[in-house]
Design a protein around this ligand. Structure first.
Ligand code: PRT
Ligand code: MG
Length: 229
């Protein structure tokens, strides 16, 4: 049997390496699922689990919704930041897992007068990976923005004069501090959600349902407001 055929019959879960994999692992364990290998060590992109009908694929964090949307994975775990930029097409988002917590914030150089810069009618150069959310945030405040799309190391932009402000994820604040930046506004709290391909939810309902319930139970210690599955 070909690999593709095998994958289409079982369930495929898409995860990214790093904090999402690390923080999903305990939830999987509570759901009775053990992952055979550590992706950091094995470098494999398809990982077996103790369940013959469940495999994990390792993809870039921002690619998780794409794999799930097109059905290459039946379900996955992705940050709210990534989901907002990607959009909801083809995806259900039934469970907030309350993992990989951080916040999306506006940050500037310590010596930058933000209050003055955002006065009504002003124009601001904003660098971010999260251009949709950043645009909406400043539109609500009546601030005109020149949006500069970046893919990483956002903290550098104000330091070298590329932008006045950045919109980026903040957890401990250590990265901002190390670069002489300060958080001037918190836009939203971010956690990661379990996302499910809409066709899989119907066609693989019998297989998926127990796994989704186990995920929900495992994460419910932190959460009381999940939508119905
Ligand atoms: O790293 P890569 O470019 O491959 O992809 P990625 O950055 O999208 O993936 P990853 O694994 O770093 O992040 C996956 C998800 O984790 C994100 O989509 C968020 O939902 C969530 N998350 C939680 C975070 C953070 N906390 C976080 N602190 N993602 C990124 N950061 C970065 C932030 O961008 C900043 O550069 O960490 C830095 C700030 O951290 P502090 O602790 O110094 O404030
Ligand atoms: Mg990263």
């Amino acid at each position: 049997m070909s690999q593709g055929k095998e994958m289409s019959q079982g369930l495929v879960l898409a995860l990214s390496k790093g904090r999402i994999f690390d923080q999903t692992l305990p939830l999987l364990r509570e759901a009775g699922i053990q992952v055979a290998e550590d992706p950091e060590v094995s470098r494999k992109l398809i990982l077996a689990t103790n369940r013959p009908d469940l495999r994990i694929i390792i993809v870039r964090a921002s690619d998780v919704p794409t794999y799930v949307q097109y059905g290459a994975a039946d379900f996955g775990v992705a940050g709210k930041d990534v989901l907002q930029e990607h959009g909801n097409t083809g995806l259900y988002q039934p469970i907030d897992l309350h993992i990989a917590k951080c916040r999306l914030s506006v940050a500037v150089r310590k010596d930058f007068d933000y209050a003055n810069a955002i006065r009504q009618g002003a124009r601001l150069r904003v660098a971010s990976k999260y251009v949709q959310v950043a645009r909406e945030h400043f539109a609500k405040k009546g601030v005109h923005v020149d949006m500069i799309k970046l893919y990483g190391s956002m903290e550098l932009a104000p330091l070298v004069g590329l932008a006045d402000v950045i919109v980026d994820l903040v957890d401990t604040g250590n990265t901002l501090r190390a670069n002489g930046l300060v958080e001037v506004e918190q836009i939203q709290d971010i956690t990661s959600r379990l996302i499910v391909n809409q066709a899989s939810m119907k066609l693989k309902h019998r297989q998926l349902q127990p796994v989704l319930h186990a995920f929900k139970d495992a994460s419910s210690a932190h959460n009381c407001q999940d939508e119905a599955l």
